[in-house]
Design a protein around this ligand. Structure first.
Ligand SMILES: *Cc1c(COP(=O)(O)O)cnc(C)c1O
Length: 376
């Protein structure tokens, strides 16, 4: 069976993990965490990057830093992972889902303004498949209405919009280093902070509400409890695993992009003949080959294709059950406007195996099996 995902592993991770243990600093903010912070800041150009225990927790930190309160409203797509919504539901906010664009599966920036009320506090664009949302338009809306922007860039490490790293355009950017993402530490993530002035507040929330970060830098003699917070910092052993991959980030990225391109080229014919649709990468977007998806005619055809692939040794999976149709989505949110594309387009989408070091042999087998399904 060709798996859908294999967590990235280069070999150097184990050496670094052993080193972290030998350093006798396996708690948070040790030497490997610092290396990851520095890499993220240099690579993306953000004012401040902080490793976290997950992208879910990065989103929670953003919601806390924005002081989201019960009754506040947050605008987001319904076609996303539940974590995007959880972070704001936890603070008592009302989730206002708007429709997506069928070309990128990203929030339709043209529908955002109509969903804004005097209670709206933030817009949360999700860069699906590592392909950027229309950030110029979204930042312009946010500016005109005095709203904050939190980018769910879980899938978008190494992606860009008009030359800017995704996750650095909004007020906060949230990365994931879960094992299903392009770069991994098992479970983990990062919070990118555009306004460096918020770093101290973020560090306090991340360190149980204490100013331990300032203490560790030797700027104060002892640390104390100064605000509410939680424990959002990962062990340095996890950071060691991630560091091995960040060092090789360009190589991993190129490897994935090459696999993506092979799929893309191979399905050109099927698309021309009207069988499937391939992903669309708008002008100005540099993606990171986080996933390769196809769109079948409808739900029925997609279900048949997924089972055909499975029978022939290929794991393909769909994505997402729209949040507004899930029980929690109904409890915490409303869909604003018409669901023109969210449900119908998500019904058609299936993701093919995509991971670092996917072999040509396996790619060809996946391609041949899809073609066989349509053409016999
Ligand atoms: C993976 C993912 C998350 C959650 O990431 P974790 O690191 O597992 O918390 C959130 N949003 C999106 C869009 C994701 O793909």
């Amino acid at each position: 069976m060709i798996p859908f995902n294999v967590p990235p592993f280069l070999g150097t991770e184990t050496d670094y993990i052993v080193e972290a243990i030998k350093n006798q600093k396996i708690c948070g903010d040790g030497p490997f965490t610092k290396k990851c912070h520095q890499w993220l800041e240099e690579k993306t150009g953000t004012a401040k990057a902080l490793l976290t225990t997950s992208c879910t927790h990065s989103l929670e930190m953003a919601a806390l830093l924005l002081d989201i309160k019960p009754g506040d409203e947050v605008i987001l797509p319904s076609f996303t992972f539940c974590s995007t919504a959880d972070a704001f539901a936890l603070r008592g906010a009302k989730l206002v889902f708007v429709d997506i664009r069928p070309d990128t599966m990203n929030i339709d920036e043209k529908l955002i303004e109509d969903a804004i009320t005097e209670k709206t506090k933030a817009i949360v664009p999700v860069h699906y498949a590592g392909v950027a949302c229309e950030m110029d338009a979204i930042m312009d809306i946010a500016k005109r209405h005095g709203l904050k922007v939190v980018e769910d860039a879980a899938q978008a490490v190494m992606s860009e919009y008009k030359g800017q790293a995704l996750g650095t355009i909004g007020d906060f950017g949230c990365y994931s280093f879960h094992e299903t993402k392009n770069y991994s530490m098992g479970e983990g993530g990062a919070l990118l902070i555009k306004d460096g002035g918020l770093t101290a507040d973020a560090e306090i929330i991340r360190e149980k509400g204490t100013n331990r970060s300032v203490f560790l830098r030797g700027q104060i003699d002892k640390y104390t409890w100064v605000n509410y917070g939680s424990s959002y910092l990962p062990s340095d052993m996890n950071a060691a695993y991630l560091w091995a991959q960040l060092q090789q980030a360009d190589m991993i990225n190129e490897n994935r992009l090459a696999s993506w391109q092979k799929y893309y080229d191979a399905f050109e014919e099927l698309e021309k003949e009207g069988f499937v649709q391939r992903p669309i990468i708008p002008e100005g977007c540099k993606h990171n080959a986080h996933m390769f998806y196809l769109k079948a005619k409808d739900l029925e055809e997609r279900t048949a294709l997924i089972s055909f692939l499975k029978e022939n040794g290929v794991m393909a999976v769909f994505h997402y059950i729209p949040l507004h149709s899930a029980p929690a989505g109904q409890k915490f949110g409303v869909f604003h406007g018409e669901d023109r594309y969210t449900t119908s387009e998500s019904d058609r989408l299936l993701r093919l195996p995509m991971y670092y070091d996917l072999t040509d042999e396996d790619i060809n087998k996946v391609i041949d099996t899809v073609i066989k399904f349509y053409k016999g």
